[in-house]
Design a protein around this ligand. Structure first.
Ligand code: SIN
Length: 280
């Protein structure tokens, strides 16, 4: 197995390995896991594996979970089917970490392409450790100890009728996470506000808030600035899909954006989302 870095900050292409084999081989799996911690997202081509192998490989990282809005394969619970060819609307074309609206968001995911347009439908991943590291020191000081709310209601719920949206919000109330989280395995600091973040919940110190103006719109301008860091190309890698291409990502320290430039062409993906821990 070889890992070829794709940028200076994030992503490597793995060659000489089959994920079906890795699902049955502990040493191989551990090698891939170590590479994932190093590169944050791994890309593989020509993974002609079965759905059972896809699930078995992802299960080695931890338990899988379904999505409350996006359905899973009927025979393979935990294998979420992301088919964005039926209508023009899309959910994934914004920078986000998956399910940050959960108390314990996923630690990672294994995404396989079933069908994709010849051109278009790329996905971009971002190294949010680098995004944190490169923030001005003054901003780092300002956001240390800051917490933000994350919600499914204003994202997946936004296209729903009011009653359905209220039901979803009742099932998944807003959660609060630190704006800067620590990676549980590497100890590195991560800027942890993507598009599910709605507002800060403890923006109140005298240094931060001298006048009401500092809180509103000041706090939301700071949140927008932090969220915009994911758009910096120096922190990104962009991947062009083919059928049987796979991406494995660490959802704790990355964000991603699925480019929605291909409709009405079909694009069908299957994602095994792996349960994670509460951010600290
Ligand atoms: C996702 O947002 O998890 C899916 C990404 C993709 O479809 O490329």
């Amino acid at each position: 197995m070889k890992a070829l870095p794709m940028t200076r900050t994030i992503g490597a292409e793995l060659t000489g390995v089959n994920l079906g084999d890795a699902s049955r081989n502990d040493a191989l799996f551990q090698e891939i896991k170590a590479l994932l911690l190093k590169h944050k997202v791994l890309f593989l081509r020509d993974q002609d594996i079965s759905r059972a192998e896809h699930v078995a490989f992802a299960r080695r990282f931890g338990e899988l979970e379904d999505h409350p809005v996006v359905g899973s394969h009927p025979d393979h619970p935990g294998l979420v089917q992301i088919n964005r060819s039926d209508k023009e609307e899309n959910y994934e074309n914004n920078f986000h970490t998956d399910a940050a609206w959960r108390t314990c968001p996923p630690m990672g995911a294994v995404l396989r392409c079933i069908e994709c347009p010849e051109v278009g439908g790329d996905t971009i991943w971002v190294n949010m450790e680098a995004a944190y590291e490169r923030l001005p020191e003054e901003i780092k000081g300002k956001i240390a100890g800051l917490r933000a709310k994350h919600s499914i209601e204003h994202s997946f719920g936004a296209v729903m009728a009011p009653e359905a949206r209220a039901k979803l919000a009742g099932q998944y109330p807003m959660v609060e996470h630190p704006v800067v989280r620590t990676h549980p395995e590497t100890g590195n600091k991560i800027l942890y506000v993507g598009s599910f973040a709605t507002h800060f919940s403890n923006y109140h110190t005298p240094e931060n808030v001298r006048f009401g103006l500092d809180k509103s719109p000041g706090a939301s301008m700071l949140l927008n600035y932090l969220q915009s860091q994911a758009t910096v190309p120096e922190f990104q890698v962009r991947f062009r899909w083919q059928p049987n291409s796979v991406a494995i990502w660490d959802n704790r320290c990355t964000q991603h954006y699925a480019v929605h430039d291909y409709w009405p062409d079909p694009r069908k993906m299957e994602r095994a989302g792996i349960m994670g821990d509460a951010p600290f």
